[in-house]
Design a protein around this ligand. Structure first.
Ligand code: PGA
Length: 257
């Protein structure tokens, strides 16, 4: 099966799910995905910090990767409220999400800060899920493509071709996320994923850039998952609410593949 392109499915549980809820969710998700061929699928779950240690122990790493929702940019230091790569390594986490829409747009993180985090995570050997997405204002002003290119070019600044294999991109239009979000149409997603892929090739070179997986997120649900995964340029789905019930997440994955 070497060389088979994987399809990515993941969820971030945000500030939901306690330790106990995360463990039982992961046990259920293992059950509902036990028949899947993991040579073809990359499944990941990004729970809260407090649940990480138990989460890592609950899953088989070859079936579900566990990631952290954020990471500080140094091994140790005066960064109250952040978590260090050393602390994540200590509990066996090897995937970290950086720049989720809520970190950028609610907690005001900048592209420069995301870049510092990305560089630090990469230097520790983590796989980084860098999330990007245009706001509704940027969309209305027709500068969505510029916003995505800026987030990629600054967020991935100073990385080179050898780092490409440790980068995943989550494309999540800010206006599509959450309760009030409206899912993007397949045509819109196609256009944006092609812009993102073009930019990744500029950053990493054609061959390495092409291999960086680009996942779509933002109101993915049972109705739109199949058409989104079939959309050109979409390598996977990054799902919030619809994935927080393990059985439903399993159903979406089965339908999508
Ligand atoms: P949603 O969340 O699927 O509930 O819109 C997506 C996200 O924030 O990653």
């Amino acid at each position: 099966m070497a060389g088979v392109k994987k399809i990515y499915f993941g969820t971030n549980t945000k500030m939901y799910k306690t330790i106990g809820e995360t463990v039982s969710y992961l046990q259920d998700l293992m059950h509902y995905t036990s028949d899947l061929d993991m040579e073809r699928i990359q499944l990941f779950v990004i729970p809260s910090f407090t649940a990480l240690e138990k989460a890592v122990k609950t899953v088989k790493p070859e079936r579900i990767a566990i990631g952290a929702q954020n990471m500080g940019w140094g091994d140790a230091g005066p960064l109250t409220g952040e978590i260090s790569p050393v602390m994540l390594e200590e509990i066996g986490v090897s995937l970290v999400m950086i720049g989720h829409s809520e970190r950028r747009n609610v907690l005001n993180e900048t592209d420069e800060q995301e870049n510092r985090k990305v560089l630090c995570a990469i230097s520790h050997g983590f796989t980084v899920l860098l999330c990007i997405g245009e706001t509704s204002e940027e969309k209305q002003n027709d500068v969505g493509n510029e916003a995505l290119r800026r987030q990629l070019k600054i967020g991935l600044k100073d990385l080179d071709i050898n780092n490409a294999r440790n980068i995943w991109i989550g494309y999540e239009p800010v206006w599509a996320i959450g309760e009030n979000g409206e899912p993007a149409s397949a045509d819109y997603v196609r256009e944006k994923h092609l812009i993102i892929k073009k930019t990744l090739k500029e950053i990493f070179g054609k061959e390495a850039g092409e291999k960086v997986p680009v996942l779509y997120g933002g109101s993915v649900n049972n109705q739109n998952a199949v058409s989104l995964i079939q959309t050109e340029g979409v390598d996977g789905l990054f799902i919030g609410r619809s994935a927080w019930d393990a059985e439903n997440f399993g159903t979406i994955i089965h339908e999508a593949i």
